[in-house]
Design a protein around this ligand. Structure first.
Ligand SMILES: [Cu+2]
Length: 225
């Protein structure tokens, strides 16, 4: 009798037209050269439906804090339409900005305090820099899909509650770039496809970006502190 219960639950679910969903999980690994240490926990994975549109996660409010002349967190993933607040914990002023298309912004120079906020209306990768400190940077992924998750320190990832369908599974890391794999979640909740992804950071070079006016940064001066 006990064994019948899941079967009955299953039949009821089917009768109600309830589709199966699956957890898409696997592992990301890195090809590196000596001295390279990509931050594995900053690896973002997401699923884009191939054909058809993904539902959206409700927009939320997030924070990106300037602290110790760094941006924390360094990588953020947010549903499209979300707002990011930019508090400044430092005793010095910062000026975060982005020139990324469709999501450009310029907070202007701001002192310690709650800071300003910006709402990100377009999906895509937003490269964030500070107009005062060329070494400060962050990345905001504005997601058009609700299916995204960061890897853990070992590179393992899990994206839950994925309905049946065909998807592009994409992995991104700042040093490792981007790679993808076609996968399918079957109507019975099985996951087919290559879930072990390899990111190649060997060609990564730290390049100097321009300031918010598209000009090279001036050499640091005492005034910047
Ligand atoms: Cu700064």
């Amino acid at each position: 009798m006990k064994r019948l219960v899941p079967l009955v639950a299953c039949m009821l679910a089917l009768a109600a037209g309830e589709a199966f969903s699956a957890t898409v999980s696997g592992k990301v690994s890195f090809a590196t050269k000596r001295g390279q240490h990509p931050v594995v926990t900053e690896t973002l994975l997401w699923l884009e439906p191939t054909g058809g549109k993904a539902p959206q996660r409700a927009p939320m409010t997030y924070q990106m804090t300037t602290r110790g002349k760094a941006v924390v967190p360094h990588v953020l993933a947010i549903p499209v339409g979300s707002t990011v607040e930019f508090p400044n914990d430092d005793p010095i002023s910062h000026n975060l900005f982005s020139l990324s298309s469709n999501n450009s912004f310029d907070l202007g120079l701001y002192r310690r305090g709650a800071g300003k906020a910006h709402t990100f209306e377009s999906p895509g990768i937003v490269n964030v820099y500070c107009n005062v400190h060329p070494n400060m940077s962050a990345v905001i992924h504005v997601m058009a899909t609700p299916y995204f998750s960061f890897a853990d320190a070992a590179g393992n990832y899990a994206i839950g509650e994925v309905p049946a369908g065909r998807y592009r599974l994409v992995a991104w890391n700042e040093q490792g770039g981007q790679t993808e794999s076609p996968i399918e979640v079957t109507s019975r909740g099985a996951v087919n496809g290559d879930l072990a992804l390899m990111l190649d950071s060997r060609n990564f070079r730290l390049t100097q970006h321009m300031n918010k006016l598209g000009k090279p940064y001036q050499p640091p001066s005492v005034k910047d502190y």
